[in-house]
Design a protein around this ligand. Structure first.
Ligand SMILES: Cc1ncc(COP(=O)(O)O)c(C=O)c1O
Length: 381
């Protein structure tokens, strides 16, 4: 068949490839970002209760009311921003859906969209499917912080949208107040829209400040803030997320969302709402929980020949392996998985240029014993 592909450069993602290779070889999987431990028992019981109570039909298109109210309360609680749960909150099937829909809502054919590389892999395909073009700005080791003066120089008359992600996957970089202020100034100066991908918002470690586009009123007025309950409650497989955006943007967002998924899994929405209402402290304890895991992994790796890069947030740790091997990072990850039984993700695949800097990403959202076993293998290299 003569199919003219819309995404000629897209194949099976490296995340699927590495997870599959880890499964085939029995390697410890520190590649794809998901926990290998259970979510809170109360959340699992709550979802069961809602299933058995018969809450199994379509949820409202914009999300279950109690969950939207909890999202508004959480936003107030964490960032002191008052939002209207009727007009400014939409529940989605994971952050991925929210990102896709927000991009379709504002990007038109010929528009340019600024993204920072390394970047989460769903931004570029969504922009191209909307007929837009991504403009890639490379962030560099060790701190991966944007140079905002350089960013301003990449804005053209066609620039429509800027996508930011803090805390940042894969680098663990967290925006400072100065970064958000510079972003806000840029957005206002050029009438841009912004997507702030904040799926790791509750995993910010000591030394960095927990901030959001929600903290900056003028920025928030032009921004889709996207988050994910999969990350916050250790249930990535539930694919439940949300988008907070001003009413005018939310109207456009919902026009598209209703034809992409219409609504998301009802029992999970009720169960997450229960948790936010009754166990809100779990959200506030998440940073300490993951900081302990980061510190454990860093201690375990101290005697290895990897050089660990700074990690201020998320559940990812970058590691430079140039003392161990001359292989390019994709080959290094295959070798590491097959020969040494630990799967990681090469950093280069997160950038359009795909240049290997001899850095890999490990996910430390794992049980301590998994991290200990992995580190034991990695320290032998
Ligand atoms: C930066 C970033 N954005 C979005 C997502 C997608 O989140 P969800 O699983 O809720 O679709 C991820 C998941 O890994 C991510 O790392």
């Amino acid at each position: 068949m003569d199919i003219q592909t819309k995404l000629p450069w897209v194949g099976t993602t490296i995340f699927s490839q590495m997870s599959q290779l880890a499964q085939q070889t029995g390697a410890i999987n520190l590649s794809q970002g998901f926990p290998d431990f259970s979510a809170d028992q109360r959340l699992l019981s709550a979802v069961n209760e809602h299933v058995l109570a018969g809450r199994n039909q379509y949820a409202p298109m914009i999300g279950v009311a109690t969950l939207r109210q909890q999202i508004a309360d959480l936003t107030q609680n964490c960032y002191q921003r008052t939002i209207d749960p009727e007009l400014e909150v939409t529940v989605t099937s994971g952050a991925t859906e929210a990102l896709f829909v927000a991009i379709q809502a504002v990007v038109r054919p010929g528009d340019e969209v600024i993204v920072f590389d390394p970047a989460y892999d769903s931004y570029r395909p969504a922009v191209e499917l909307a007929g837009g073009k991504t403009v890639h700005i490379q962030l560099t080791a060790p701190d991966f912080r944007p140079d905002w003066t350089a960013v301003a120089k990449r804005v053209t008359a066609n620039t429509r949208l800027i996508i930011v992600n803090s805390p940042h996957n894969p680098t663990g970089m967290v925006f400072s107040a100065e970064d958000f202020a510079a972003l806000q100034a840029l957005v206002l100066a050029h009438d841009l829209f912004c997507i702030s991908d904040e799926v790791y918002e509750h995993m910010v470690f000591a030394g960095a400040q927990k901030l959001s586009a929600n903290c900056f009123a003028a920025l928030a007025a032009r921004t889709f803030v996207v988050s994910s309950f999969g990350k916050t409650f250790h249930v990535t497989g539930w694919k439940l997320g949300y988008c907070v955006a001003p009413a005018a943007l939310t109207i456009e967002f919902r026009k598209i969302h209703q034809y992409v998924t219409f609504s998301s899994y009802t029992p999970a929405q009720f169960a997450i709402a229960d948790m936010l209402e009754q166990q809100r402290e779990l959200v506030h304890e998440l940073a300490a929980f993951y900081q302990e895991k980061r510190d454990l992994f860093q201690r375990l790796m101290a005697s290895s020949r990897f050089t660990l890069l700074p990690c201020q947030g998320t559940y990812f740790q970058l590691a430079d392996y140039s003392e161990i091997s001359d292989l390019a990072d994709v080959e290094f990850c295959r070798w590491l998985t097959v020969e040494h039984g630990v799967a990681a993700i090469p950093l280069s695949v997160f950038s359009k240029q795909q240049q290997s800097a001899k850095i890999v990403r490990f996910c430390f959202a794992k049980q301590n014993k998994t991290l200990e076993q992995a580190a034991e293998r990695l320290c032998k290299l």
